[in-house]
Design a protein around this ligand. Sequence first.
Ligand code: FUB
Length: 321
Amino acid sequence: MATKNEPLVTHLYTADPSAHVFEGKLYIYPSHDIDHDGPTNDNGDQYTMEDYHVFSLENPTSPCVDHGEALHLRDVPWASKQMWAPDAAYRKGTYYLFFPARDKEGIFRIGVATSTSPSGPFQAQESYIEGSFSIDPAVFVDEDERAYMYFGGLWGGQLEKWQDGVFQQDAVEKGPEEPAYGPWAGELSVDMLTFKSAPQEITIIDEEGKSILAGDEDRRYFEGPWMHKYKGKYYLSYSTGTTHKIVYAVSDKPCGPFVFQGTILNPVVGWTTHHSIVEFNEKWYLFYHDASLSGGVDHKRSMKFTELHYEEDGRIRPVVL
Ligand code: FUB
């Protein structure tokens, strides 16, 4: 059993935990970090992951169970390397594992694999989702059963290279006074394997209705989107990357525009920060990672969780670890 701010497991390095309640249990879909001595850079070459394990908790005080390898790179026909932050969803008897990886040309795409069990094993589709790009898929199924995928990450995640709808290796990054890059969102078809319509970029604005700017590194989107709904409002939370925070913005609609609210989690040990938010038995939990177990090695991270609280007005109380 993990205690507050302790790794959920210590036999593997795990990161980017996406938590869901399936079949009455908490299931966690993290990245599986690999130990190596290769290069570390802004392109994210240090994140060399090759497979996914699925984990579960009967409840927040029970031991974390490792269900073993659920999908390996060798079984994904279109992918070449770097299986980064995944997510999972359920619809009509099938579990879907969504995951980013580089294709054979080195371009990040988002794929999907299916299983009849939340713990896998998952069977990958022949190709990535048509029209997908970049990293960090987060799939949200709304109360009306419509499913949306949120995705995108700067730098190693290549988001800034897709601004004209095609991959441009030499795309010029936006200046600090320009509106920031947003995450993208696309509604999924009922088969959960394709986009129903082309994904669109999401706008994040401040309380005066002005766009958050690219130079506003304490508030602008970097990577790791997550969507949840609380009292009828849509909460988009994400990592600010270079300032290492988890922050959030709120909207009345699933695809925004979203109004920036504040910080959920201040910087943790390690460069990246990545989270998910889930309700279980009428309590809310933040799943996150840090690199404390490895002594601060950025690509050797451990998933953790803590309870999350809302204020009366719907604001999220910043987490104190
Ligand atoms: O785990 C690899 C990458 O690091 C993820 O895709 C990002 O969100 C960051 O956590």
